[in-house]
Design a protein. Structure first.
Length: 363
């Protein structure tokens, strides 16, 4: 049984039993190594991604059982697991690792594709120099589609590596790619390190600046007491006021709270022109326990607020997961960073259903 997207997968499988998610966010301009078919799906892509990432940004979606591994392999163009969407969307450059069956008998080859022509060229150069064969990816699994998770970064261009089965077997003693064997670093052969080091060298040569870094920040001048300029913003959530018009406010504190409400109530990918905007709140419904869910939500909210609402100071985050209702509520306590001594008891409570629908919750 194949799943259309992560929502269907997560509704049918159990995090921590059927699959696991490992995620380490980056900051600023960074390169992400990701294995979306990790664990038992296409071994040892998780281990290769982790080795090449070192202490840097890294993501791995891992099947924990051979019995269900094939069904958990979401297509790269439909891979929408929230943590990966955010991490990939914030990265400047992205390398996504895959494994494929041999296209020819006993071939040891890497198919290199994706929209990042600079990094793909460097990877081919370094792999060839290290004695590894590379080739163009067959049409069936080329990573050139704009919807491919590899290309959904800030540059809208990434790299997809498809390693043949024989090549992957050469990385481990006796060619054993079982979960037990791959989990033991001592089983790694010299070819594993030679291959990983070639990728590392290629990634070290590529610049991390992108066109998005050339966009100047919006600078606003501080207001003086005599400044009569007043901005008006539509309220969030959308509402109709007593006169029948669209509800709006000129209170900057309320505007900030509304923006934080909108940020927490949006799932990454929902805004077409700003795909990384939002917080992957519904992912917490599939956490191992409430403590893990709360920790995931706190980190995700802090990261999102720091990126999209830098004028906000978050003093507290309280998250509750209601498994029976299939909903998450997040209460964010926030104040304005540009107002010394501002009250910190201003809160917004956001409720999000598993499908991403925002629901009304009491303040």
């Amino acid at each position: 049984m194949a799943y259309l997207n992560f929502r269907y997968l997560a509704a049918d499988k159990i995090l921590g039993i059927d699959y696991d998610i490992k995620n380490r966010y980056g900051s600023g301009t960074y390169l992400l190594h990701a294995a979306i078919h990790g664990g038992c799906i296409e071994p040892p892509t998780s281990q290769l991604a982790a080795y090449c990432a070192g202490t840097g940004p890294w993501y791995s979606f891992e099947a924990l059982s051979d019995l269900t591994a094939e069904s958990l392999a979401l297509p790269p163009t439909a891979f929408d697991e929230p943590f990966c969407v955010v991490n990939a969307g914030n990265s400047t450059r992205t390398v996504v690792w895959h494994g494929v069956e041999n296209q020819r008998a006993d071939e040891q080859v890497t198919y290199v594709s994706g929209g990042d022509v600079v990094l793909t060229s460097l990877i081919v150069q370094e792999l060839n120099a290290a004695g590894f064969e590379t080739d163009r990816a067959p049409v069936g699994f080329a990573g050139d589609d704009p919807q491919n998770i590899a290309n959904r970064n800030r540059m809208r261009a990434g790299v997809q590596l498809d390693l043949s089965l024989t090549l992957r077997r050469s990385f481990y003693a006796d060619g054993d790619l079982s979960a037990a064997a791959v989990a033991q670093p001592e089983n790694r052969q010299p070819a594993f390190f030679a291959y990983g080091d070639a990728i590392r060298r290629a990634c070290a040569l590529v610049p991390l600046e992108s066109d998005t870094d050339d966009v100047p920040p919006v600078i606003t001048q501080p207001r003086t007491p005599d400044d009569q300029a007043v901005s008006t913003a539509m309220r969030t959530p959308f509402a109709i006021d007593h006169s029948g018009g669209v509800s709006a406010t000129t209170d900057e504190r309320e505007q900030l709270l509304d923006r934080v409400h909108a940020l927490v109530g949006t799932l990454p990918g929902e805004r077409v022109m700003r795909s990384t905007y939002g917080v992957p709140t519904s992912a917490a419904l599939f956490a191992v326990n409430a403590e893990v869910a709360n920790d995931q939500l706190q980190r995700a909210v802090m990261d999102a607020v720091a990126e999209f609402e830098p004028s906000a100071v978050v003093s507290a985050i309280v998250a509750d997961v209601h498994e029976s209702l299939g909903a998450v509520t997040v209460k964010v306590q926030v104040s304005r960073a540009d107002v010394p001594g501002a009250e910190r008891d201003n809160t917004r409570t956001v409720g999000v259903l598993v499908g991403g629908t925002v629901i009304s919750t009491p303040e």
